[in-house]
Unconditional design. Sequence first.
Length: 119
Amino acid sequence: QVQLVESGGGLVQAGGSLRLSCAASGRTLSSYIMGWFRQAPGKERERVAAKPWSGGNTYYADSVKGRFTISRDYAKNTVYLQMNSLKPEDTAVYYCAAKSPLADKYNLWGQGTQVTVSS
């Protein structure tokens, strides 16, 4: 059974940076698409970044373009989300997710990690 475990959330002042990690255990995800989502209180879940594990086109939501970067470390079987120039509106629970090749939606999810940006 594949598990995704996020870490790296916390409290940061506006303008600061955080790096979220998503460690995958149970198998490699070489054929999967990896994504980062977030959900703020009272709002719908939003996909903020996505990238095929094997490389290729990267997706960023307009709200994070130029500030967030998704990357992966093959050796550690880990995906990262580097978040710079954080804003209070980035406050949310951030989730790592993976979509297997034959799935039509993301079918593996981590437990989430809280990111709070103070003004």
